[in-house]
Design a protein. Sequence first.
Length: 427
Amino acid sequence: MMNILVVGGGGREHALVRALSASKKVKKIWCAPGNAGIAAEAECVAVKSDDIPRLLKFAREKKVDLTLVGPESPLVNGLVDHFRRAGLKVVGPTRAAARLEGSKSFAKEFMRKYGIPTARCEVIPNFRKGTYVLTRWPGRSVVKADGLAAGKGVKVCESQAEAKEFLYDVMEKEIFGGAGDTAVIEECLEGQEATVMAFCDGKTLAAMPASQDHKRLLDNDRGPNTGGMGAYAPAPLITPDLQADIEATIFKPFLKGLQAESFDFRGIIYFGLMITPQGPKVLEFNVRFGDPETQVVLPLLESDLTEILLAVAEQRLSGLRIRWSKQTALTVVLAAAGYPAGPERGRTVKGIRGAAKGEGVQVYCAGVGEQKKQWVTAGGRVLAVTGIGSSFKEARDRAYKAVAKISFSGMQYRRDIGAKAMEALSR
Ligand code: AMP
Ligand code: GLY
């Protein structure tokens, strides 16, 4: 029987905690910092997810058997290195390997070196050089801050002028601080986006069902970019043939690269893909579970998550058969008023319990706090409401039926999660 520590406090971590608590191998789960919703299923610890020294102290004192890290920042800052040095078992890449997410120029260089298909790009060391490089990029381009910027450091630019302006904000105005000391300009790829996550023990990749996120705030992909407003899995776009193509052209060279660079990557790898007419290309690596993709992928997992994570940590993934349900899951994110710019806090959230009772429904709490024994909004993305069903339509109907039972002042959500895929399926 194991004691497990989950690091993080969003909807993704709630889904992880719920999947882990279904395991026969688990005795106790802590979540740092967790949230008011997670507190009903795990013991929340008041330690921030990027406070590595205090997390380490806690894990040692409580004799934690396995630590699972949700967000990117502690991984990029070397949590895994510190835990391993202290003899603690942990799922996640080391600091060196986490640069695949922590630095876009580093990720692009890795892709170039190992032949992983991706957009053409140039690395920009300073603004002056950038303006010069841009003269060679006349039409649309994509400008990216090199470092972590909470999903906001990327802009698809329609013109040279727009690209120059964003590059100025990133490199001269430093709107993302040091994350913009370097930038990347890349070719704008056309196609549909998909996410493929995989368990990775450094030698083997075991794919999870492909999913699709909805990044824009408003229906029909309008409004500002967000952390993600909804998702579904499996994504019908990723046919078995395409999946085989992704494994041959992306998984294989990725593993080869890990080995050639001696990266210790025992964790979760997230491939953000563009399915172009020339085949799948990598937009980005994340070195962790996606949010909200996790809230649609984990409800489909039939195998024991703890056993898989142990196999990842002990490099035994090749011997494991992971079972996935044939159902579909679809999640709708409910966000606070003012999200993403400045979410309103402290609004009473009603109806969670009633919604969660629905057949084939999972409600995951993200920005949920407690005030006077009531649940209140405490962050941008407040809840992820997942419907699970034997068809795409059933999953979607169940999710939206559950959403209708929940309310808080200023609640924002998209009405069109999965709408395009439904349309494509009915054709
Ligand atoms: P990233 O964080 O690099 O995945 O970028 C965030 C979002 O920007 C992606 O999900 C895409 O919607 C968009 N994006 C990034 N790179 C490109 C590209 N080369 N071509 C088109 N869209 C892109
Ligand atoms: N849903 C996108 C991410 O987790 O980065």
